[in-house]
Design a protein around this ligand. Structure first.
Ligand code: IPE
Ligand code: IPE
Ligand code: MG
Length: 236
C-alpha cells in the first residue's frame, strides 16, 4: 500500500470478547485473555507497516459496572500486559502512553504505567496509547478543570480559549487525531471513545469479534481506508 494512503493513527475499540467466549462455552475472562493475544499481534503488525500511533480501548469508565470477578480479571490482564512490556522495554522500540483517569486505578497498576511510560518515553518506534479507565466525557471534564485552573493562574480570559489551547489539556495532548477508527463485534457506536479526537476520523465497523480479529482483517480495514475520500468539510 502507498505510504501516503496509510493512516498515521489508528484507534481501535476491541469489542466482542464476551460473545466470543460464550460461543465457545468459555468464561468471559477467557475471552479477554484471548483478546490480549490479539492486541500483541495487531500492534506488532501495525508497527511493521509503519503506522505511527495505535490507540486501544482497554477499559472504559463504564466497565466498572461489570461483575467484580470480570473487572478483577481485566485488571489482572492489564498487570500482565504492562509487566511484559516493562520487561521488554530495553530491547524494543515502542513507546507507551496511557490515557484515561489513572487516579481511579489500583495503585500497583498506576506504578506500572508510570514505569512503562518513563522507560519508553524516548523510543522512536510505534506509539501505543492504551485507554484505561477512559471515558470521553470524563476526559473533557478533566481537561476543562485543568484549563480553568491554568486560565486563572495565567490571568487569561475565556476569549483566549481556542481549539489549540483546549487540546493541550486532553489526555491525548501532542498526539495527532486518529485517521481511522476500527470497531469489532458489529456494534455501530463509539461508546464514549475519543469524542473530541474522532471528529473527522474515518469509521470502520466489522462483525468480527475481537478475539477472531486477524492481521488480514486489519489489512482489509486499511484497504478500505485507503479508498475513502476525506474532505474535512471542503468541497473537493
Ligand atoms: C471488549 O469485549 C472488552 C472490554 C470491554 C473490556 P466485551 O467484554 O465488551 O465483549 P462483549 O461485547 O460482551 O461480547
Ligand atoms: C467499549 O466496549 C469499551 C471497550 C472496548 C473497552 P463496551 O462493550 O464496554 O461498550 P458497549 O457497552 O457495547 O457500548
Ligand atoms: Mg462489549
Amino acid at each position: 500500500m502507498e505510504k501516503t494512503k496509510l493512516p498515521r493513527h489508528v484507534a481501535i475499540i476491541m469489542d466482542g470478547n464476551g460473545r466470543w467466549a460464550k460461543e465457545k462455552g468459555l468464561s468471559r475472562n477467557e475471552g479477554h485473555k484471548k483478546g490480549t493475544d490479539v492486541v500483541k499481534k495487531i500492534t506488532q503488525h501495525a508497527e511493521s507497516l509503519g503506522i505511527e500511533y495505535v490507540t486501544l480501548y482497554a477499559f472504559s469508565t463504564e466497565n466498572w459496572k461489570r461483575p467484580q470477578d470480570e473487572v478483577e480479571g481485566l485488571m489482572n490482564l492489564l498487570r500482565q500486559y504492562l509487566k511484559q512490556h516493562i520487561k521488554e522495554a530495553k530491547r524494543k522500540n515502542a513507546c507507551f502512553h496511557v490515557i484515561g483517569d489513572r487516579h481511579g486505578l489500583p495503585e500497583d497498576i498506576r506504578g506500572q504505567i508510570e514505569q512503562l511510560e518513563t522507560l519508553t518515553k524516548d523510543k522512536t518506534g510505534i506509539c501505543i496509547n492504551i485507554a484505561i479507565n477512559y471515558g470521553g466525557r470524563d476526559e473533557l471534564i478533566r481537561a476543562s478543570r485543568k484549563m480553568i485552573m491554568a486560565l486563572q493562574q495565567k490571568g487569561l480570559k475565556a476569549e483566549d480559549v481556542d481549539e489549540t489551547y483546549f487540546e493541550q489539556f486532553l489526555d491525548t495532548a501532542g498526539i495527532p487525531d486518529p485517521d481511522l477508527m476500527i470497531r469489532t463485534s458489529g456494534e455501530m457506536r463509539t461508546s464514549n471513545y475519543l469524542p473530541w479526537q474522532l471528529a473527522y476520523s474515518e469509521f470502520y465497523f466489522t462483525n468480527c469479534l475481537w478475539p477472531d480479529f486477524t492481521v488480514k482483517a486489519f489489512d482489509l480495514a486499511l484497504l478500505e481506508y485507503s479508498n475513502r475520500k476525506r474532505r474535512f468539510g471542503q468541497s473537493e
